[in-house]
Design a protein around this ligand. Structure first.
Ligand code: SF4
Length: 132
């Protein structure tokens, strides 16, 4: 896939995803493909790199997540490619913890609310290079 194919694929996915999430608090860039699936140096597979950073705490509006409650801290062994195959990890129901929050603010991860909030996601943010 060359750069033009990549961008046109992203624009096509943007149109699909923005329609699906038009009334949602989050427009998930990982569903578009410009973001999504990140492996850190330890072998942990994440929904995206934004969910991988080992911060002490992260706050967005009225929600705060502490390091010990983060995806990285809680699931680093379960979601580690050294311990399980890619197929096992990608089919783990744990991913639903993330995606269930895209349409339900009470379940949204702080990272998703901050980085993929519908207030900040537009076409350029979703398909281009501004997010990297
Ligand atoms: S922050 Fe959340 S919604 Fe956005 S790309 Fe990462 S996992 Fe997906």
């Amino acid at each position: 896939m060359d750069n033009n194919d990549y961008m046109s694929h992203n624009r096509k996915m943007w149109n699909i995803v923005k329609d699906e999430y038009q009334n949602s608090p989050i427009i998930p860039l990982c569903e578009i493909g410009n973001r999504g699936l990140y492996v850190n140096a330890e072998g942990v597979l994440f929904p995206c790199s934004w969910t991988s950073f080992p911060y002490h705490s992260l706050t967005y509006e009225n929600k705060t997540i502490q390091w010990e409650d983060s995806f990285f801290a809680m699931y680093r062994d379960r979601m580690n490619l050294r311990n399980r195959s890619f197929e096992e990890i990608i089919n783990d129901p744990l991913w639903n913890h993330c995606s269930n929050g895209w349409k339900d603010p009470s379940k949204s991860w702080v990272e998703c609310s901050q980085k993929c909030n519908s207030n900040v996601v537009n076409e350029e943010y979703a398909v281009g290079w501004e997010t990297n």
